[in-house]
Design a protein around this ligand. Structure first.
Ligand code: G6Q
Length: 534
């Protein structure tokens, strides 16, 4: 494959370094004028990005456009969507895979970008629709003929965070009487707490593992199967599987229904595949899942636009690169002013940090610049009463990405003191954005707000399935564009392997010691023994 240019190799790089020495000053009253507010706004798929409060001007934006062009970031995205092997490190053993999560929602045009993968995804979606219909019409019930009203999703990492955050985001659109729970941690208390709350007789257990080998998921599956059997229920009539073809879990006899996910879809990019869709379909119904996928697909198409001003994910990515690689800010806070998005930052944390927390290039050489930032955050306004002190007056400058909505999901809102709760929520978001950007002088140094703290606002009317799909795809593409820009492979996760291997060895050591009553396993001695083994 062609060697793509990294950030430092493009000719506009030194110019951007120079501009970063004198970034736009957000503090003067006239800085955030009407013209800037109007022009520094980009809209796509129902989402507006307001970025007047970033430390950029027209010159910086033009250079960021050059950076994207010279690095051929959009070209790489197009190739990715069309099935190029983007998950690889040249000259070294690596996953050597296509990256086709976008195919899992490319059903809305006559000409999908990669027809073969889309066809496979469509086949799974058709299986899901028939499963949901069987549940709906009563063709599929428990042995007593009762409808299934509960689903427990068992999975971890990408098989948990994305799906769970989307479920939480869209609970308002849930079907009456359907409940969903999640078990991810191998901590037995995670499973025990859920098992106490459900009636297993009317529960479906959706076991999700692409590899079919993940310790936490298999342990929890075994535990739940035992709980089902203890209650006289046949586990195979209650368990559903989502797994890779040919994985150890690919055994239809053990499951009521089985769905596939594909090698070309990384766990953290899999929320729109069956990894998320089976549970979302159960909770929300086929129509809402369709809208969610359509929103994601809509944003995928936008990510192929060449111009920053039309390509929302690219613009979000380039503003992030400006803050991280040029202004040198090490973290990004994603602060949704929406309780429904309370797990979304956790999903982005995985998607971004597992994708771009890399130290070698796609050619296996050490990177020259820092790669992915640390992603963190909590919903506002709760965060305001917690860590915003540091955001306003701390010595570490944290670029913020606010997410807000003009209207609430439920539409149940009462007025008090002259405003509704939704208005109070939005007013707080806008106030924080301005306070961070403009700051405030004060004779008392302890009450001074330094300002010039870059932030942006992603604003939509209402958090619907369509908007959620678009938001998910927006961030996926942002992360991918940044990975291209830093010339790293955003699609593997070698960094999680070592800990898994060592945990396996410690478990063997524990098992060995368990046989020896005189010398039981002690964590301290275990650590010491492990250092000798390693
Ligand atoms: C995501 C990672 C990782 C993965 C989990 C679960 O991109 O690959 O978080 O999703 O380790 O893996 P399984 O789905 O194979 O159980």
């Amino acid at each position: 494959m062609k060697k793509w240019l990294a950030l430092t190799d493009v000719s506009v790089y030194p110019k951007l370094v120079e501009l970063a020495g004198r970034p736009f000053d957000l503090r003067p009253r006239e800085a955030l004028n009407e013209d800037r507010m109007r022009r520094y706004c980009c809209s796509a798929a129902g989402i507006d990005l307001l970025y007047a409060t970033q430390r950029v001007n027209d010159e910086v934006l033009a250079c960021l456009q050059d950076l994207a062009d010279q690095g051929q970031l959009v070209e790489q995205f197009r190739l990715m969507r069309r099935g190029a092997i983007m998950n690889r490190i040249e000259g070294f053993p690596s996953e050597e895979r296509q990256v086709l999560h976008t195919a899992s929602r490319d059903f809305f045009t006559q000409h999908p970008a990669e027809p073969v993968a889309t066809e496979l995804a469509a086949r799974e979606l058709a299986k899901l629709k028939s499963f949901l219909e069987d549940l709906e019409t009563g063709r599929l019930t428990n042995v007593q003929g009762q409808p299934f009203d509960t689903m427990i999703q068992v999975g971890i990492g990408g098989s948990d965070l994305g799906p769970r955050s989307v479920y939480e985001a869209l609970r308002a659109f849930g079907q009456q009487g359907r409940k969903v729970y999640f078990i991810s941690n191998v901590d037995p208390d995670d499973a025990a707490a859920v098992l106490r709350r459900v009636n297993l007789a009317t529960t479906l257990v959706n076991v999700v593992s692409k590899s079919g080998t993940t310790l936490e998921t298999l342990t929890n599956e075994t535990l739940i199967r035992k709980a089902l059997a203890t209650r006289g229920l046949n586990p195979s009539l209650h368990c559903v599987a989502v797994t890779g073809e040919g994985s150890p879990m690919d055994n239809p006899e053990r499951y009521l229904r089985s769905f596939y996910m594909f090698d070309s879809i990384g766990g953290r990019y899999s929320a729109t595949s069956m990894v998320g869709a089976v549970m979302l379909g159960f909770a929300l119904g086929s129509k809402q899942v369709q809208e969610f996928l359509e929103g994601a697909s809509c944003m995928d198409a936008i990510a192929e636009e060449d111009e920053l001003g039309r390509n929302l994910p690219l613009l979000l990515a380039m503003l992030g690169v400006w803050n991280h690689s040029f202004l040198g800010y090490p973290t990004v806070a994603v602060l949704p002013y929406s309780q429904a998005l309370h797990r979304f930052t956790a999903h982005l944390q995985q998607c971004d940090m597992e994708s771009n927390g890399k130290s070698v290039t796609r050619q296996g050489e050490p990177v020259v610049l820092k790669t992915g930032p640390i992603i963190w955050g909590e919903p506002g306004t709760n965060g305001q009463h917690a860590f915003y002190q540091l955001l306003h007056q701390g010595t570490e400058i944290v670029p913020v990405e606010f997410i807000g909505f003009r209207y609430s999901q439920y539409g149940e809102d009462l007025e008090s003191d002259g405003s509704t709760s939704q208005q109070k929520l939005l007013a707080n978001l806008l106030a924080q954005s301005l306070a961070m950007a403009m700051g405030q002088e004060n004779e008392n140094p302890n009450r001074k707000f330094p300002g010039n703290r870059p932030n942006l606002i992603l604003l939509a009317d209402r958090l619907t399935p369509h908007v959620m799909g678009a938001l998910l795809s927006l961030y996926e593409a942002k992360i991918i564009f940044q990975g291209f820009c830093w010339n790293i492979n955003s699609f593997d996760q070698e960094g999680v392997q070592l800990g898994k291997v060592l945990a396996g060895r410690i478990l063997s050591l524990m098992a060995e010691k368990q046989k020896d009553v005189d010398k039981p396993f002690s964590p301290e001695k275990g650590l010491l023994e492990m250092t000798k083994l390693n």
